[in-house]
Design a protein around this ligand. Structure first.
Ligand SMILES: [Zn+2]
Ligand SMILES: [Zn+2]
Length: 115
């Protein structure tokens, strides 16, 4: 399994799949009381854990995309990590599985129910 470094050059823990990452996240929560959430990395194609404390950043009406009703603008997430985190919050809230996809305008990430 390859190495993957974050923006600060620190090596990330790499997991081959979501289950493995979740297991470690559970462990960290139990043992250290720190929450992490798994996300799939664009760079290496494997899974990493990101601290759950960080605020998800998104913008409203930042692109031309509309939600399924065709009325409201879609939330545009600044990074795939943010979008994955938001998707996980939805899933944990029992509101279904959301998929992350890049904005066709190329400026960020969206969530969708259909795929
Ligand atoms: Zn990576
Ligand atoms: Zn968009």
């Amino acid at each position: 399994m390859g190495k993957c470094c974050d923006k600060t050059g620190k090596e990330r823990s790499v997991f081959s799949n979501r289950e493995e990452a979740l297991k470690t996240a559970d462990y960290e929560k139990r043992e250290h009381g720190v929450e992490f959430y798994p996300y799939k990395c664009d760079k290496c194609g494997y899974w990493h854990l990101a601290p759950a404390g960080r605020k998800v950043s998104f913008r409203e009406n930042a692109c031309g995309c509309k939600d399924s009703s065709g009325v409201r603008g879609k939330r545009l997430y600044d990074s795939k990590e943010d979008a994955e985190r938001a998707a996980m919050t939805v899933r944990e809230g029992g509101r279904g599985t959301m998929h992350v996809y890049p904005c066709p305008e190329g400026s960020g990430w969206h969530l969708t129910h259909k795929f």
